[in-house]
Design a protein around this ligand. Sequence first.
Ligand code: ADP
Ligand code: MG
Length: 422
Amino acid sequence: MISLDFVLLLVFNIFIIIFSLFIFQLFVYETVFDRKRKSFILLLLCTIVMLLCIIYPIKLYNEDFIFDLRQIPLIIAILYGGRRIGVTLFVILVIFRTYLGGLGAIVSFFENGTLLLFLTYSINYFRNVSINKKLIFISLTSILTCILPIVYYFLIVGTKGYLDFMIIQFYLFILQSLILLLSIYFIEVMISNKKLRDKLVQSEKTEMISHLAASISHEIRNPLTVAKGFVQLIKELGSEDPDREEYFRHALDELDRANSIITNYLSYAKPSIEKTQLFDVNEQLKSIVDIIKPYANLYSVVVLNKSESKFDIKGDSDKFKQIFINIIKNSIEAMKTGGILTIETLVNDNIINIIIKDIGQGMTNEQIRRLGQPYFSTKEKGTGLGLMVAYSLVKVMNGTIRVESQLNLGTTFIVSFPNNIN
Ligand code: ADP
Ligand code: MG
């Protein structure tokens, strides 16, 4: 007979496993934590889930044997966290299970030890196959987790109570396989969603780069023409002329300017590897202004960068650039007949506010509401992806975006991030 206790414990076990997956996705996986911190939290979560599973087991066979879903966090930790996390979790399991005592502890040691060996040697295979093959692999692993304890029980305990043990083990196997398959499927969907979003961010950036390219090449021509003029002058001057020195300096300055425009642009355009670090907001804003200035000139827009003091925030500086280039580009495009674009940073209560203000066409309330939705664009050749990407990147960096706008008067974007200096 299935008792109420049994059902409650079963539901509880399933709940903590699924719940921890959600926690991991919401608060860890999609954030700017670095790899080390993510691995640590994965280990911590798996440890908690594993211990809870053991403390509230689904069924106690006798004092010696405990049946629960502890192997699910163990398997997930090894396959997704890697060898080191797997071994650590195994050691914690062995210590805790030995502390609880009984013959079952010995069976558990050999059983999970074998599982650990099998999985650590399969990590590379597992990580490189399609989701369908992963699910097949997991089913095979489940069969292994069913057979292993039966074999070790026979070797260590003998045939006493063997049949009962096998029957319970079989039910546990079916239960565990189902929940494990569900969990792996959830994790895979979570990973592929993130990959998809990263791809979108990347392709949107490529689009942005091609937009800016025209203005950059146009902008490069000016300093080159000026430098060429000075070089010609120098050529015509006598070698003793006192002005020579000055002309040389002008020519070099112009070449430097051309160089810095190209360098900035290329540093933005190059594909980047994801890196989370503390970076100085104003340094980044300066380089963003350098990249966007040629585009502003094209629209007769003057860019005033009023931000100065040093503030640090944590994240990927390339993504940070992408956010603000997308926002600023829109502001420039909103001022079709020219105007002033102001960039300011304000800090209060550990929050850094970066304010982008234009005096352009503004938006209706309905338009403001739709900002950040994919494909929302009022432009003839707009993609409607720029702000969607900006919003999602800001969210990943734990920031928020606020928009104030009035039709025909202008728009202000206020992007806020937690200040990491304190
Ligand atoms: P796109 O620039 O390709 O149209 P975005 O996602 O960058 O796509 O912007 C979406 C829409 O939001 C724009 O088409 C525009 O209508 C509106 N918008 C964004 N920023 C501003 C702004 N500063 N002033 C007025 N409208 C804006
Ligand atoms: Mg845009």
